[in-house]
Design a protein around this ligand. Sequence first.
Ligand SMILES: [Zn+2]
Length: 216
Amino acid sequence: MNRLYDSLQIWFASTHSLSNSLKMTITAYGIVEDLTLTEKNYQKLTIAVNSPFKTELLKFNLWDNSLLREDNAGSAVEKGAGFKLEYHYKDQYLCLDKLTGMEIVNCPVCYSTLPALPDNVQHTDCLGCRTLPVEEHKTRINKPMTLISVKIKDYTYSTGYRLELQARDDPAPSYTVVFPNSPFYQLMKDLAVGVECHIIGWRSGKLINVIDFNTC
Ligand SMILES: [Zn+2]
């Protein structure tokens, strides 16, 4: 019995250290969206990372500021600055391992964030464009649109504002839904029908996936 217990202990110890050493590091390129010192005295760092035809906001809670030091990161960690980031998951949380300051560009087709090439040479090696079939490509939108209706609706996981928008050059209206976790959610309560909005995002059919939203 004791021998079984001992061997179980050894098995547990070896698998446990194995899973710790199998930390999967992910590399991405992105632009700092926000850096805020919270009341609990840790920094909340948000980095916008574009993958093919969409933008993800990666959020890190940093208790140790050494990763943010300019002499470590290579440039100042401030809104708009570009970085290569290395991170891993611990349970469902994102843990930042390293930041390296560099110039970031967008793929001209799918807007994935990529490191800039010397002499402004355009990327032709974007994984997003190469791996996604053409019929799954979306259309980039960057134009003023008029708000023609705004309604609060119940969706599966939360309520959201459903906006109907119309562009001058397109008689068919498009729509988008803004959920509480969106950076534009606070703007929604003051929106009035008829207002001009400048929309940057991706369109698939009538649905717009909004990346930036400003009222004119
Ligand atoms: Zn691409």
